[in-house]
Ligand binder design. Structure first.
Ligand code: ZN
Length: 147
């Protein structure tokens, strides 16, 4: 790890000394070709570990609600791999799924699917990434937690 991130104050807890660099927005939120130059901050192992668990949940469940062109790419590649590694979450989603009709943008009702969703995990993740970037010049960017 670069010295740039080691031995600093963890940006998430503001207490512990950083052991690692953490991507503010987990790389797993992006397809492989879009992962360059994601911002990183110094983080302690405890915060990084807790945030990683939340990111795993978010990057596995949120794509099911996607409507974009790349949604199917995410589901077929990245989400499939994540579910294969997390049997407990895979079972919870499978058991909790329900078929429902939903109204498409055209107004026509089409078959849809709902999944159980633990919004508290997304709230916790939001607290971690809710940081503020000062308007300093790009080479002097500083990230501060505002929660
Ligand atoms: Zn920390």
């Amino acid at each position: 790890m670069s010295k740039k991130y080691k031995g600093k104050v963890c940006v998430y807890c503001g207490v512990n000394t950083s052991d690692t660099a953490d991507h503010i927005f987990a790389r797993e939120f992006f397809l492989q070709e879009n992962r360059q130059n994601l911002p990183k901050v110094p983080a302690c192992k405890k915060c990084n570990s807790e945030k990683s668990v939340l990111e795993h949940y978010a990057t596995t469940v949120l794509p099911f609600g996607g409507r974009g062109k790349r949604t199917q790419d995410f589901l077929k590649t990245m989400v499939r791999k994540r579910l294969a590694k997390n049997y407990k979450l895979h079972v919870a989603l499978f058991v909790g799924k329900q078929r429902r009709w939903r109204q498409a943008e055209s107004g026509v009702f089409v078959p849809g699917l709902t999944l159980p969703f633990d919004y508290s995990k997304i709230e916790q993740l939001y607290i971690y990434i809710r940081i503020y970037r000062r308007s300093d010049p790009p080479n002097k960017c500083q990230w501060n937690r505002i929660v």
